[in-house]
Design a protein around this ligand. Structure first.
Ligand code: FJE
Ligand code: FE
Length: 289
């Protein structure tokens, strides 16, 4: 019998200002949770109809936007446009370069969701940009026991496999667990991982570490291949995110994440000069910001 991963730390994310009039609860990426290779950032965002994330670039990683409530629009410099609503997913590989705008639909009062930044391995940092977009009803569910519904956004759970292609091996699961349930999730031994609590209370590991809303709970890196999660007198909603660490140098300058200072310098040159993937950045302005 293998033991469950345990929880190393629990960190509360308070809301902070970000973008234009937006509020985020930063999980991974905050000072206490800086190096969680392969993950760079996780924000629980809350944007009202006048806020958002107007025109900005990315290079060298992936942004994964998962909507919880409301409608979010996006538009990029290549003319790629769309709207995602509750339960929908946009898995964007920025690769060598994307410039885009991410804004709530104006008629909505609130857009609430999660945005995860996953680092790319050296050999994929300059790949062609790619979008993988899935509507809520296209994301498969595992229901290992009554009262436990697991949306398999990436990776696998209880025999249900996501069709999302991950250049950095990643598991991304959305758990809705009714009260007084228990579930065991397999995790590859080499993955790092964490739970971000959205609602309610969950008890994690053999010694039932208590996890509450807006807390990030980081997993022990002891090679255990499961994590045990239970609920008691309250339902719980959380995401479980895990991935293969890249163990490569990280040099981040805002929305550019490369392996060396020299590559960051060249990225600034490319962005400013409209080169090497940023050709369409010149004079581009989104129509939604
Ligand atoms: C940003 C660079 C960025 N959290 N949560 C610098 F890319 C961003 C940014 C976001 C973001 C976007 C969404 Cl949709 C959700 C996010 C950061 O776009 F805010 C800064 N300062
Ligand atoms: Fe962005």
């Amino acid at each position: 019998m293998t033991a469950s991963r345990s929880i190393l730390k629990a960190v509360l994310s308070a809301a902070q200002a970000e973008g234009r009039g937006a509020r985020v609860r930063r999980s991974i990426g905050r000072p206490e949770l800086r190096n969680h290779d392969p993950f760079l950032m996780l924000d629980e965002f809350d944007v009202d109809k006048n806020g958002g994330f107007p025109d900005h670039p990315h290079r060298g990683f992936e942004t994964v936007t998962y909507m919880l409530e409301g409608q979010f629009q996006h538009e990029d410099f290549a003319g790629h446009k769309g709207t995602i609503g509750p339960g929908d997913l946009q898995w964007m590989t920025a690769g060598r370069g994307i410039v885009h705008s991410e804004m709530p639909v104006k008629s909505q009062t609130r857009a609430h969701g999660l945005q995860l930044w996953i680092n790319l391995p050296k050999e994929h940092k300059m790949c062609e940009p790619q979008y993988q977009e899935l509507l809520d009803n296209e994301i498969p569910r595992a229901t290992p026991v009554e009262g436990v519904v697991i949306k398999v956004i990436a990776g696998e759970s209880h025999g249900i496999v996501s069709k999302v292609y991950t250049r950095t091996p990643t598991m991304y699961l959305d758990f809705k667990v009714a009260k007084n349930k228990s579930v065991v999730q397999s995790i590859p031994a080499s993955y790092t991982g964490f739970i971000y609590m959205l609602k309610g209370t969950a008890y994690i590991g053999d010694n039932e570490f208590v996890g509450k809303a807006h807390h990030t709970l980081t997993f022990s890196e002891d090679g255990a291949e499961t994590v045990k999660i239970s609920t008691k007198d309250e339902d719980a909603h959380f995401v479980l995110i895990a991935g293969q660490p890249l163990n490569e140098p990280i040099v981040q300058h805002g929305p550019f994440v490369m392996n060396s200072q020299d590559e960051i310098y060249h990225t600034f040159e490319d962005y400013r000069g409209g080169k090497n993937g940023f050709e369409r950045a010149k004079n581009w302005k989104s129509s939604i910001a």
